[in-house]
Design a binder for this molecule. Structure first.
Ligand code: V47
Length: 628
């Protein structure tokens, strides 16, 4: 077996202006506008890419996401005349088209996971038509999630139909809207707006609409159209405005840099498209500046497959999807195909050395196309196992506890840090290792936020964050067996939620930690579920346990144990250092990180085994689980 190597990352800079930026990136410090300009000006593309890839790995491990999606552009008739757009035409134009709902339904198939709708601002269509479009899609394809209408369209509906922005969004959500695409942002600059799209909404309204959307529980994406007449300063300003809003709402799922296609727009000669170098610079700089947006998309439609493929090692962790026919970029001369087969996307991602992860609209993994995949709970308390991990053959997939259980039950994972309930349910297939995440008394990251004492939760509705597998069962056990109370549980979306519509909410992981520190608006009381368990049973609580599939070869298993042991040992010498990057990303100080990680036991001992047995017994009594 090989010797365990120190996991260090060195970059040999040709552009020394990048060195101070790298120092900040390594420590998880925020980049300034000046740093952003250095990134966008550098010719040291390889060093820039390495910095962005470092951040990408921290956030997404080896995963690159894609979705089986179908783009629908219901009409190209548009009341606006933006100079950069070759897609829009006026009513009556020989190239104009209008799709009926039947025609839209005709473009969908049952394997489609995401329907992406965006199009021209049609002067005559009624409000009901848009609502009906969403309802009929949901009716015919209930498994397909809808991402529809950019902020420009939302603003158009608001003005045309005299409905407030909030009501436009509420009604669309009720009709089936899940998320909003990021288009229409162009570049946040009044100068550019006046020149290229004077009739279109500006930065303030675009951001206000996304803010409202996030508040209503509709996550969104963000874009930036680059490579036309914008300056580097305007690019950086754009990214900083997005980062600012994300700090406030946490509602952006992904950022998509859109490479300008000059076509016949007249803004630039048609052969002056962006260079691959500039595309990679924008992707990498976005990953580094947007430290709070989870995903960066390499939108192959505009980048080409070749550039998108390289971007997967330059900060991008998402390929968008199969798309199924696109017109906005192609009408402006994009040379990419207008559809990619799933197999081609999988190949591009594999060739980039990543795990192809087929996802849903919220980035929950549905299927994996890779080998030797180890699941990682993406919360601070799992960091000791991964901070110093030397991966060797293994690839790391960050995935919520509940989804990890699901992927494992379908044979997609070799090993992982499983939520206890999933391990207990899959004991016939999984073999436990001696490592776990167990509390001593409190946990600080599995918290119930409410305004009611335990007894008064009787008959009330508790919102349960989508990620949890074990915590929700612990809550059930506490309510029933400790307090004799029955409450209703309702799963919440991943992403942003309207927490106030519940009598209580159960949060876990980083979000719980953040809310434990800063409070959750609308809720006065916070219960720590591990403290509740400890008071009752005088035992630790084991939230997660390391396990490998029994089918995994013994040498692979031994190798995994060896590298886990080494990572944990190193982390235990200095929790502050091991968790620094992660802790900073959720607003914790080094000392808070240290105190938090000190509160766990990462190895299974006699008391942890007793705690597992006790919890298993309670679950069987509650008929949550059958005896395995
Ligand atoms: O808003 C228009 C841009 C956008 C051109 O949210 C052009 O997941 C390049 O927003 N060259 C629509 N771009 C596409 C879009 C999008 C794409 C993929 C994923 C998502 C998402 C969103 O295309 C428009 C506009 O900014 N656009 N003309 C052009 N000539």
């Amino acid at each position: 077996m090989g010797r365990i190597l120190e996991v260090v990352m060195e970059i040999h800079f040709r552009d020394i202006n990048l060195e101070p930026v790298w120092q900040k990136v390594r420590k998880g410090n925020r980049l300034s506008a000046e740093d952003g300009l250095r990134l966008l000006a550098t010719n040291d593309i390889i060093s820039l890419g390495k910095m962005a890839h470092f951040v990408q790995k921290q956030r997404s491990g080896d995963a690159v996401y894609f979705v089986l999606n179908q783009k629908i552009e219901p009409t190209n008739v548009c009341v606006l005349s933006c100079k950069f757009c070759d897609f829009a035409v006026k009513q009556g134009d020989a190239k104009s088209y209008e799709m009926t709902i039947e025609a839209i339904l005709g473009k969908l198939t049952s394997d489609i996971q995401e329907v992406h709708i965006t199009g021209g601002l049609h002067p005559d269509w009624e409000w009901e038509y848009y609502l009906d479009m969403l309802r009929r899609i949901r009716e015919k394809y209930p498994h397909a999630d809808i991402k529809a209408f950019t902020a420009v369209e939302i603003d158009f509906f608001h003005r045309k139909f005299k409905i407030s922005i909030e009501d436009v969004l509420r009604q669309l959500k009720e009709a089936g809207l899940r998320t909003m695409p990021g288009g229409g942002a162009e570049v946040f600059s009044e100068r550019v707006r006046k020149e290229l799209f004077p009739q279109k909404i500006g930065a303030e309204q675009w951001l206000a609409i996304h803010r409202t959307s996030h508040r209503l529980g509709i996550p969104t994406n963000a874009t930036m159209l680059y490579g036309h007449i914008e300056t580097m300063e305007e690019r950086v300003h754009h990214l900083l405005k997005l980062r600012e809003l994300q700090d406030e709402t946490h509602g952006f799922l992904s950022f998509i840099p859109l490479a300008f296609q000059p076509g016949e727009t007249g803004i630039k000669p048609s052969d002056q498209y962006t260079s691959a170098i500039d595309d990679l610079r924008v992707i990498a700089a976005s990953r580094l500046i947007l430290d709070n947006i989870p995903h960066i998309k390499a939108y192959w439609v505009m980048l080409t497959e070749d550039v998108a493929s390289i971007a997967l090692n330059f900060g991008a962790d998402d390929m968008d999807g199969t798309v199924g026919g696109e017109r906005i970029a192609h009408d402006a001369g994009a040379i990419s195909p207008s559809v990619l087969a799933k197999e081609q996307i999988v190949k591009i991602i594999r060739d980039a050395g990543k795990i192809p992860v087929e996802r849903d609209i919220y980035y929950n993994p549905l299927r994996l196309y890779g080998e030797h995949v180890v699941g990682k709970i993406p919360y601070l308390n799992s960091v000791p196992f991964y901070a110093n991990i030397e991966q060797r053959k293994f690839k790391i997939l960050p995935v919520s506890p509940r989804r990890m259980g699901d992927l494992s039950s379908r044979g997609y994972l070799d090993a992982g840090l499983f939520s206890l309930v999933d391990y207990l349910q899959q004991q016939t297939k999984l073999e436990a290792l001696d490592y776990c995440i167990a509390t001593r008394d409190q946990v600080k990251s599995v918290m119930l936020f409410t305004n009611h004492d335990w007894q008064s939760l009787q008959g009330r509705t508790i919102g349960i964050v989508d990620d949890t597998a074990t915590s929700v069962q612990l809550l059930r056990v506490l309510l029933k067996n400790k307090y004799g109370v029955h409450a209703h549980f309702q799963r919440m979306n991943s992403g942003v939620n309207e927490y106030r519509s519940f009598d209580a909410v159960l949060l876990i992981g980083d979000e719980a930690l953040r809310c434990q520190k800063h409070g959750l608006a609308g809720f006065e009381l916070i219960y720590d579920l591990a403290s509740e368990w400890y008071e009752w049973k005088k035992l630790p609580f084991v939230f997660a346990i390391w396990a490998v599939q029994k089918a995994v070869q013994p040498d692979m298993k031994a190798e995994l144990i060896e590298i886990l042991q080494a990572s944990l040992k190193k982390a235990e010498q200095n929790y502050t250092e091991a968790g620094a990057l992660h802790a900073k990303s959720i607003g914790l100080t080094g000392q808070e990180c240290d105190e938090y990680l000190e509160g766990f036991n990462f190895r299974i001992g006699a008391r942890e085994r007793a705690a597992i047995a006790e919890f298993e017994k309670l679950l069987i009594d509650l008929e949550v689980m059958e005896r395995v």
